[in-house]
Design a protein around this ligand. Structure first.
Ligand code: NAD
Ligand code: FES
Length: 277
């Protein structure tokens, strides 16, 4: 039956409670994907389209590495796909790649499962010759994913947890303050929950440092046609799937973004309840 499957899951691993990593065989995407880009996959032909950042690739082996958190019906279903099984389709790479160049000293901030989307940027900026300072934050030690991978490509790594179970107790914005006070940072990135990215933007603005954020609104087609991923940036309408996902934090209309993120919450809860039955 799996002979009809186009995209095989080569490996599957639980990274943290409710967070999973899969390696998917997709050689053409692996050969092209750049840091900052994403894919949209479907588990089967009736499936919802799930956008996920490409965390890493292996061009020779032909796989892409994806990390997701179980947050609703479709991600719960994705967590049941085992190694050796497959996905009906995966399209990409989508979105604009991160502007990787040598800026000097850069600050990279990742929160929760957003660390997965930050990692390829950490790696890309380090390989481009930057001095990389990375701040990772999560609720607790178990949820602080990709510590070793980020450490490998960072000149300095600061860990923050809400409960103090690893690193310092506090928010990522506290670590940002501490870094901004002692370093000249040319460029910053923040990826995580919307509220975190909003406050990271305010913190960077205080020190006049430009900061990129990666927006993850609801996406359907991923090609700029459905309008589902509409965001307001610098007072104009942009589509996160084609114009982003990265935008300058200071230009994002955060109130609109946070509101739109909650728009389908009742339907999402209902779909999940039906699935769990
Ligand atoms: P979380 O809620 O545990 O937050 C992670 C860290 O963000 C915290 O430990 C804290 O340091 C920081 N943070 C949170 N609120 C903050 C505030 N008000 N001020 C300063 N810092 C704050 O993270 P989680 O549960 O893993 O996050 C899941 C969310 O991340 C989902 O909403 C998902 O949509 C989003 N997400 C975003 C992206 C993206 O590309 N932007 C990618 C994956 C997930
Ligand atoms: Fe449809 Fe972006 S996902 S326009």
């Amino acid at each position: 039956e799996w002979s009809e499957i186009l995209f095989k899951v080569l490996e599957r691993k639980e990274l943290a409670p409710t967070e999973y990593e899969i390696l998917v065989e997709a050689p053409r995407i692996a050969s092209k994907a750049q840091p900052g880009q994403f894919v949209i996959l479907r588990i089967d032909e009736q499936g919802e389209r799930i956008p996920l950042t490409v965390v890493d690739t292996d061009k020779e082996a032909g796989w892409v590495r994806l990390i997701f958190q179980v947050i609703g019906k479709s991600t719960a279903q994705l967590a049941t796909v085992m190694a050796g099984e497959g996905l009906s389709d995966i399209v990409g790479p989508l979105g604009k790649a991160t502007d990787i160049e040598n800026y000097g000293t850069v600050l990279l901030v990742g929160g929760g499962v957003g660390i997965a989307a930050l990692f390829p940027i950490v790696k890309g900026l380090k390989e481009a010759g930057n001095r990389v300072i990375t701040v990772l934050g999560a609720k607790n030690k178990e949820l602080l994913i990709l510590k070793e991978e980020c450490a490998e490509y960072s000149d300095e790594l600061i860990l923050m947890t809400d409960d103090g179970s690893v690193g310092q107790k506090g928010l990522v914005t506290q670590a940002m303050e501490e870094v901004f006070q002692r370093e000249t940072i040319t460029m910053a990135w923040a990826i995580g929950p919307s509220i975190m990215m909003k406050f990271c933007t305010l913190t960077a603005q205080k020190y006049d440092v430009p900061i990129y954020v990666s927006l993850n609104p609801i996406m359907i087609d991923g090609t700029g046609m459905c309008g589902g991923c509409r965001v307001t940036v610098a007072d104009s309408i942009k589509f996160a799937c084609v114009d982003g996902p990265e935008f300058l934090g200071e230009e994002v209309d955060w109130n609109e973004f946070v509101n739109r993120m909650q728009q389908y919450r009742p339907e999402e809860v209902l779909a999940n309840e039906r699935y769990e039955k």
